[in-house]
Design a protein around this ligand. Structure first.
Ligand code: HH2
Length: 286
């Protein structure tokens, strides 16, 4: 294994609208899926009261951002119209803002992003990295933060036959090209974070190769976001089929990623991840 790189991102900051967020300590994005069909928590928070309680619990557990999603990206998921997606997402955005949280919206649609940013959201988490040609202008107009993620294919076909000659090199090249596109569109470089997209058009071997090589992504000099929480590769490694039972594997992967310099973690289990990363950071900084 390569030597630990912690705290590689210590000097970095991430600009989300008016705020410059320090990345000295790990940033947690708590997941709020307002979908009927997400792989581990679909349908749990569509009721307004359940949504509000979930937001408040994640804030209390130490989430820095609430990542609100209205369209599942699991393999084969049904696409939804911008209107339907916004109807799902709006109560979550409002609940998170009311709880005083910073709000991220997991959307690849510029129309949904615009409405969320209009309400006061801070960050757009775009798993298609500007697949919608209108997205970059919306991000720039609101001075919002943005996550640009790598995916091979689309959610409909991405797990059919993922193929790479050099997964780490190809994903890095893609992310660097998208970052350049963001800058060309007038988005501030400090607003952009990159994500290698674990599970998005990747086999188990591809996912493991990328995870072992995260230092090649943190070396790019901007915040790196990682979504390993409850994902299928943990089930493939451990035999745990119920995604809600994958907290320990998720936390192990997050701690490992932290030692390679990752700063931002998109997680379902906020308290467990916060506790583990706090200990990992204390040990590594001695
Ligand atoms: N993973 C999922 C969704 N959004 N965004 C980023 N930046 N990185 C990720 O790895 C990522 C993401 C998939 O997980 P989840 O939201 O839990 O499930 P679903 O897509 O079924 O809603």
């Amino acid at each position: 294994m390569e030597p630990a790189h912690l705290p590689a991102g210590a000097a970095l900051r991430w600009r989300l609208r008016g705020e410059s967020l320090s990345l000295d300590r790990p940033i947690l994005m708590g997941i709020l899926n307002l979908t009927p069909d997400s792989f581990s928590d679909g349908g749990l928070y569509q009721d307004a009261g359940a949504c509000r309680r979930r937001v408040e619990a994640m804030v209390q557990e130490g989430a820095d951002l609430i990542d609100v999603g209205g369209e599942s990206t699991r393999p084969g998921a049904r696409t939804v119209s911008p209107g339907e997606e916004w109807e799902r997402v709006e109560p979550g955005v409002r609940a998170a803002l009311a709880a005083g949280a910073r709000v991220s919206v997991d959307t690849s649609k510029s129309a949904v992003a615009r409405r969320a940013l209009d309400l006061g959201a801070h960050l757009i988490n775009d798993v298609t990295a500007f697949g919608d040609p209108g997205m970059s202008a919306v991000v720039r107009e609101f001075n919002a933060g943005v996550v640009l993620m790598h995916m091979q294919g689309t959610p409909r076909n991405m797990q059919k036959q993922p193929h790479y000659h050099d997964p780490v090199g190809e994903i890095r090249d893609f992310l660097q090209e998208r970052r350049a596109a963001a800058e060309a569109a007038g988005i501030a470089p400090e607003a952009v974070a990159l994500d290698p997209g674990i599970g998005f058009g990747k086999t188990l071997e591809h996912n493991l190769t990328v995870l072992r090589s995260l230092h090649h992504f943190t070396a790019l000099g901007c915040p790196v976001v990682l979504g390993v929480s409850r994902k299928r590769f943990i089930g493939e490694l451990t035999g745990v089929t119920d995604a809600r039972e994958r907290t320990l594997g998720s936390v192990a992967a997050a701690v490992f990623a932290r030692t390679l310099g990752v700063q931002v973690f998109r997680v379902h289990d906020v308290a467990a991840t916060r506790q583990a990363l706090t200990v990992a950071d204390a040990l590594a900084s001695g």
